[in-house]
Design a protein around this ligand. Sequence first.
Ligand SMILES: Nc1ncnc2c1ncn2[C@@H]1O[C@H](COP(=O)(O)OP(=O)(O)OP(=O)(O)O)[C@@H](O)[C@H]1O
Ligand SMILES: [Mg+2]
Length: 397
Amino acid sequence: MRIVLFAGKGGVGKTSIAGATGVACAQKGLKTLVMSLDAAHSLVDSFDLDKSLMDRNRGKPIRVAKNLSIQEVDVQEEIKKNWGEVHKYISSLLNISGIDEVLAEELAILPGMEEVSSLLYINRYVAQKRYDLILLDCAPTGESIRFISIPTSLDWYMKKLFDVERRIVKIARPVAKRLYSVPLPEKEYFATIQRLFDRLEGIDRILSDPNITTVRLITNPEKIVLKETQRAYMYFSLYRMCVDAIVINRIFPEEVGDGYFARWKETQDKYIKKTEELFNPIPILKVPMLIDQVVGMGELSKLAKEIYGKLSPEQILYAGTPYTFRKVHQDYFLDIKIPFLTKQEVELSKRNEELTVRIGGFKRQVLLPRNIAARDPTGAKIEQDKIVIKFGGDHGD
Ligand SMILES: Nc1ncnc2c1ncn2[C@@H]1O[C@H](COP(=O)(O)OP(=O)(O)OP(=O)(O)O)[C@@H](O)[C@H]1O
Ligand SMILES: [Mg+2]
């Protein structure tokens, strides 16, 4: 059983590459599901299918070839099924505050509900061992980070807040009824949340198990896209997820060398090198810009050959997490794994959120998460095969 997330900035080729990987794996005889996590679904278009097919199917998986299904979750349908009482309560609150009923129902689809619905499916498929491989076509970076943060935040909410809220509401209800016109949530509201949470049991472990789940970051050889790829990499590391490949998509072939695209070619070469430097030792898969857009199974299959060559797309292409962020008491640490380290002087410099680590001829730039970026590195030491960097107190302490 494997799960692979395809993540990256908007428009870099996530859907096409997730779809291509699905086609290739199904052809190898693996039972494969490609599932869209992007509310603006485009799998059906990528596979060149009739949109009404998905509408009629109400967000269930559709079989598109032998061993291959695709799924675009239908949020309205899921809300009816999973979120009933929660959605009803929130719409009633919004409606009381004067918002039109139809709009209230729409607004009451809270951020996170859609993601939880997808997580419920994934958890169920894993438990049923329904597929050998689940490929997740993620929304652009920001939202996909929210997706992977949900199991952790939900766990926190359920452990720390949920019971307190439930108890407070129970005690306060008789008084509140007389004092306020705003209703408090009923028992069923809490029961719905509890039930959903129970059904998510274990998903956290599945997503953070590097033997099951890996992330492939899709990028293009351009400055701004690369920056976002670094940021995405940092966030996935923060959630301890293993990135097993970086896919540089849309590389211009040599033929466009002179003429109008000459400058583009130079820029691309520069950022391909930069990507390799930044992400070494994670495998970098280079994919050319094909002669036309990638639509339909035939084209997706061709794209898969360009992406993977002789590699097996379903395998874990790289094991290990070169970066680990940790907190011990009040201090934050960043561990960077580097093979064949010898004891040498480590030089650190930090500009805004970017930390540069130099050691001998080796240079590594790391984007720091916000809470660590507010601090300065206060020391570094080499331990076996890693550099451990310590970040002291906040600025202004
Ligand atoms: N290597 C390639 N060669 C030619 N066209 C490509 C290539 N990769 C992607 N495309 C085309 O680029 C467009 C965007 O690709 P795709 O929809 O896969 O990106 P995305 O990252 O999923 O976008 P979004 O963030 O909007 O979901 C599509 O028209 C697709 O056919
Ligand atoms: Mg897409």
